[in-house]
Structure formats: C-alpha cells, structure tokens
Ligand binder design. Structure first.
Ligand SMILES: [Zn+2]
Length: 65
C-alpha cells in the first residue's frame, strides 16, 4: 500500500514514494519529484492500524449475568 503525494515545489500531483521505511509505529515515505527533482519525506502514524488489531484482540463477548 503506497500513498501518492503532491510536489510542493512545482505542484505536480500523484507522485509515488521512491523510498518507504517503517520505524516502530511510524512509516516514512520519501518522495522525489520527477519533474523538478524536489525531494521530501512524509511521516505517517501507523497507530491507527495497530489500534484495529488491538480492538480485535481484546474483543470478547459479554454474557448477561
Ligand atoms: Zn516538482
């Protein structure tokens, strides 16, 4: 799963990440604009995904007393 981004220099859109790294709960996508050569990185928090797994893990039926 990859996220495209827009170049803040020449405003080109739909640029795919050239390099993706995961550090703990964070995912860092490195971009390089093919049009102007501008480089930047976007850090995304992955805790939203792990939260889903946590809820599933803790899910259990409550029985009426
Ligand atoms: Zn650009």
């Amino acid at each position: 799963m990859s996220f495209t981004d827009s170049c803040s220099s020449c405003l080109a859109r739909g640029i795919a990440p050239a390099d993706t790294r995961t550090r703990g709960d964070r995912r860092v996508d490195g971009y390089r604009c093919p049009h102007c050569g501008h480089t930047w990185a976007v850090t995304r928090d992955l805790t939203a995904y792990s939260d889903i797994h946590a809820r599933r893990a803790h899910h259990h039926a409550r029985k009426a007393a």
